[in-house]
Design a protein around this ligand. Structure first.
Ligand code: GLA
Length: 397
């Protein structure tokens, strides 16, 4: 993974430059993700089918003997003002405010939640990342998960299993960044296996690794160049609320349990009906897509991706003109299996499934037809987060 190595080397160089030529003693990474199908279903107890990208966030650092932590992000070229180790939040406090730049909240939140025993030491750290920020491929989850592994290394263990780690990172995003995200991004960043997509049942947190390493098949991520902001009170949180009110009017604990036939006659508003219809059909599509992928039936898989996009555009209303343009340009060639927006929406990336031998011509067509400047990334299903201190030590000697 050239990107991982590049991020690690950049982080090491920056650490030495910032902290008097000394070397860090810990290095960790966590990947961003692309979701193949199952969009806006995770917070409705549904299924999702993401895979981890070779695009990663790296953190290098070490314990410090000073009173305050020093944190630098090369990803945003910013230096956080020094801060004391964030304390575990008092009980009952749902959302917590911490000072400092917004990007640093993703780090401080995870540190605070891992500091229940007061055992997190003061640290110096540098972050680098090749996950595009705000690009719909989970730069924030990769930062949270990398922080979780970093703190685990700092403390010499944290007693958390993989699911606990993912849930803690999700909690941090809820409480410190104000995004009521689901569990998909953190789960896949923690748990992905190389050469596999990860099917997650978001109701009971069961996971299944689905092989995705056919050399004739390509998963292509295309960045619209339009950035999204999943902010507090934003459209994302509104979608979540509509789903919950629809479920409650339909008398079910979550939309996972709702049936299409119940949509009429449950007193739903037009908006609630369309939001719920997307979620119910998307959960079914994701299960069908899992079967198709297992059978190597890429045509069916791609068809489900196309349907998913139409549903996200028309019923869920989270697409935008840039995403729609790129999806149509990809779908125009019938040899392309399928294409859709990926992630929260309102900008970011599309994901396209296609045979390897038509990748170049597909890129050319999309580039020529798009109103902006797209960036293409041919993605391989990559492993989840890990500790790379050994590689760091090799670089330091
Ligand atoms: C964002 C959230 C995820 C998920 C997707 C939409 O990426 O972080 O939890 O809800 O949007 O599928």
């Amino acid at each position: 993974m050239a990107d991982l190595e590049g991020c690690l080397q950049a982080a090491l160089a920056e650490f030495k430059a910032q902290f008097g030529g000394e070397s860090p003693s810990i290095a960790v990474y966590a990947p961003g993700r692309v979701n193949l199908i199952g969009e806006h279903t995770d917070y409705n107890d549904g299924f999702v089918l993401p895979m981890a990208l070779p695009l990663v966030t790296v953190i290098v650092g070490r314990r410090s003997s000073s009173k305050e932590c020093r944190l630098v992000s090369k990803a945003v070229n910013d230096l956080c003002p020094p801060f004391p180790v964030p304390a575990y939040p008092p009980p009952g406090l749902e959302e917590v405010n911490l000072d400092g730049p917004r990007w640093a909240l993703y780090v401080k939140g995870v540190v605070a939640l891992m500091n229940k025993d007061g055992g997190v030491p003061v640290f110096d750290a540098v972050i680098t990342s090749c996950v595009p920020l705000g690009g719909g491929v989970s730069s924030s989850a990769s930062l949270e998960v990398a922080t979780c592994l970093f703190v685990e290394q700092l403390k010499g263990g944290c007693g958390l299993g993989l699911v606990d780690k993912a849930m803690l990172c999700q909690q941090s995003e809820h409480r410190y960044a104000g995004n009521k995200c689901g569990i998909m991004d953190q789960f896949v960043s923690v748990m992905a296996q190389e050469g596999h997509a990860l099917l997650i049942d978001c109701r009971d947190h069961a996971t299944e690794n689905i092989p995705l390493s056919d050399p004739s098949l390509v998963v292509m991520v295309t960045d619209t160049g339009k950035r999204h902001e999943l902010s507090v009170g934003g459209e994302y949180n509104k979608r979540r609320e509509s789903c919950y009110s629809a479920a409650s009017k339909m008398g079910v604990a979550s939309l996972r349990l709702a049936k299409l036939e119940q949509l009429e006659g449950s007193g739903l508003t037009d908006v609630e009906l369309r939001r719920a219809r997307h979620v119910i059909t998307e959960i079914a599509r994701t299960q069908d897509a899992r079967d198709a992928l297992k059978n190597g039936d890429y045509k069916t898989f791609g068809h489900l991706m196309n349907q998913s996009h139409a549903s996200l555009r028309d019923d869920y209303e989270v697409s935008c003109s840039e995403l729609d343009e790129l999806v149509v340009l990809a779908q125009t060639d019938s040899r392309v299996y399928g294409s859709r927006m990926t992630g929260g929406g309102f900008g970011g990336c599309t994901v396209t499934l296609l045979p390897r031998d038509i990748v170049e011509e597909t890129k050319e067509r999309m580039k020529a037809g798009y109103s902006g400047t797209p960036t293409f990334f041919v993605a391989s299903a990559s492993p989840g987060a890990g500790v790379i201190t050994q590689r760091l030590n090799e670089l330091c000697t």
